[in-house]
Design a protein. Structure first.
Length: 147
């Protein structure tokens, strides 16, 4: 029993009651190590589940079932500065160049020819490999042999 609580418990106990200290037993080092390994394994399983199932919902992967037929999609993104970015967005068959600045205010900069945008994006995707982290994860997962 801790010395801070002993006088308080003795004062609250009925008269004539004998209070004896109780040892809680700290447990062994082996049990502590086993509990730590089990918790670490659970954290690893949770991280695997989030990466496997959660990322697909967080990030819309181009060509995925979630993005096929969607009326609005981001075709390209170009960060200009830490707080300024240009997006190329397709909305209901129109291609729009949208700028986003400090306060999050979006401004339509131009409406582009949809055919020219499709040609440019097709040429860009054949030249450069995907550079987003989710694309790399998806490609690694798809390249694995199924067993």
């Amino acid at each position: 029993m801790t010395p801070d609580l002993a006088p308080l418990l003795l004062a609250l106990a009925p008269a004539g009651t004998r209070v004896e200290p109780v040892s809680l037993g700290g447990g062994s080092y082996g049990i502590f190590l086993l509990e730590t390994v089990v918790v670490l394994a659970l954290v690893c399983v949770l991280a695997w589940a989030v990466i496997r199932f959660g990322l697909r919902r967080l990030y819309a992967i181009p060509g995925d079932a979630a993005t096929r037929g969607a009326p609005l999609r981001v075709i390209a993104r170009l960060p200009l500065e830490p707080r300024r970015t240009i997006y190329l967005v397709e909305a209901c068959g129109k291609s729009l160049l949208v700028g986003v600045s400090d306060g999050g205010a979006m401004t339509t900069l131009a409406e582009l020819d949809a055919a020219a945008v499709a040609t440019a994006t097709a040429a860009a995707t054949t030249q450069a490999p995907p550079r987003r982290f989710i694309d790399l994860l998806t490609r690694k997962r798809d390249d694995k042999p199924r067993g």
